[in-house]
Ligand binder design. Sequence first.
Ligand code: DC
Length: 230
Amino acid sequence: MIITIDGPAGSGKSTTARAVATRLSYVYLDTGAMYRAVALAFVEADADPTADAASRVLDDLRVDVFYTGDTMGVRLNGRDVTDQIRTQAVGTMASQISTLQAVREKMVAEQRRLGTHHVETHGGVVLDGRDTGTVVFPEADVKIFMDADPWERARRRKKEQEAEGRSVSLEAVHKEIVARDAQDRTRDIAPLRKAEDAVVLDTTARTIEEQVDFVVAQVEDARRPDANGT
Ligand code: DC
């Protein structure tokens, strides 16, 4: 069972995807964290987000994911960078380097490999990102597109950052979210968009629990023997 959850920053994808995976005993794969690890490599190499730089940076770069219980972590060339990839600078760089074809090819291939492996070992995988239902697994069993009002998304992001000890203004977070949305939606390769067969979940006025229930209900529907006419 492959479940994809795509949507813009702050729509609630990661929290929901993680909880759905836990509830169904599937594995969670945060594809954004993988792009963030690549972005950190660019930041550390002081490289601009260009195709030229990508060929150098990607050359000897390895991104691995690992799990501590239900929590996914990321390693960059063997180093645990799970916390380091959560800064605003890395987020902005991730949005930029994820427009580069070489970066996407490498990440998509790795995400397909990991997703297939998780299905084999755990019966299912829940991926979250921007293109997991359109590009990574277009044949996924359940596709969700999550969205929410940008101010609500900014409020959530601000709260998250404050919980991590960073103080930011709501206006600044909103501005960053709107800029990142525009970047993610208008890029040439794998732009953020709803797959035609994805179900939209607007989370503006929903609790996490309602979101998780909604996705799990979709999965239960898809599991019914007559779900695809068989
Ligand atoms: O979900 P996130 O904010 O951690 O993702 C960081 C950036 O990575 C985001 O701006 C776009 C990019 N990304 C992507 O292009 N494709 C994905 N499947 C996931 C993330």
